[in-house]
Design a protein around this ligand. Structure first.
Ligand SMILES: C[S@@+](CC[C@H](N)C(=O)[O-])C[C@H]1O[C@@H](n2cnc3c(N)ncnc32)[C@H](O)[C@@H]1O
Length: 228
């Protein structure tokens, strides 16, 4: 597979093209249950989460890392504990939970949300990888501004991860020239920063409208969009 691309496709069309144990860092936020065909069918959604974890575990090197950062949410009058699903799926695939952090999305519009929490569980899985402990990696609770990807119509809001958060996750569990993939890349911010940090990158986004408004395809420079 040719690296250094951000493509508009279904991740499950691309996964079969990626060799077993060939990726250094798989870093993603899977689609929320509202960002797909699942409606309120939790069982179907969890089957998708499990299938995704199986593929992410397969393509990642034993010394590499799978980092999943996503919020739990409320649905059908109960909590849908996504981080527990990911934990169980990755353990089933022979990974261990190496680190666990909370990323607070410090966005004022989120403060009274009925369905979402304003923090994401950031789960760092590996089989045999090590991370140098020190610096910002020692923070267990990280607070960042997030922004919405502007003008995307449709059933969901897309919150774009903060550059500092992505830099931190890329900096510690990966190094220059490593292969970094985000199979559910949304705005494309992970491959975008991975490129800036001299990693080989690959991003996949299914939704054409999101993809067209992604950071790779924007006229305005990324820095202007992020307000930095
Ligand atoms: C939680 S968002 C990612 C947001 C991203 N981390 C950011 O900061 O911009 C998940 C994305 O996965 C996309 N998606 C859903 N199903 C997909 C699939 N089968 N293959 C690729 N992308 C998919 C959704 O359209 C959505 O944009």
């Amino acid at each position: 597979m040719k690296w250094n691309q951000f493509v508009c496709d279904d991740a499950f069309n691309i996964f079969p093209k990626i060799d077993d144990q060939s990726v250094d860092l798989t870093f993603t936020s899977l689609p929320d249950i509202s960002q797909g065909p699942w409606g309120k069918d939790i069982k179907e959604y969890q089957a998708f989460q499990n299938k995704s974890c199986d593929e992410m575990a397969r393509i990642t090197k034993p010394k590499g890392f799978v980092v999943i950062s996503q919020t739990d949410r409320k649905i059908n009058g109960e909590i849908l504990p996504n981080h527990i699903t990911y934990y169980q799926a990755m353990i089933r695939n022979g990974f261990k939970l190496k680190d666990y952090k909370i990323m607070v999305r410090n966005n004022p519009v989120d403060k009274r949300d009925m369905y979402y929490f304003n923090y994401q569980h950031t789960l760092v899985f590996t089989k045999e990888g090590t991370i140098k402990r020190g610096g910002d990696w020692l923070k267990n609770i990280m607070v960042y501004e997030t922004q919405r990807l502007g003008n995307v119509k449709g059933p969901f809001n897309l919150y774009v991860w903060n550059e500092q958060f992505i830099r931190l996750i890329l900096d510690y569990p990966s190094k220059e020239n490593d292969k970094v993939i985000d199979p559910f890349a949304g705005s494309g911010v992970v491959p975008y920063i991975a490129k800036k940090m001299k990693r080989q990158y690959f991003g996949i986004e299914l939704d054409k409208e999101v993809y067209d408004k992604s950071l790779f395809n924007r006229v305005a420079p990324f820095e202007q969009f992020m307000g930095v």
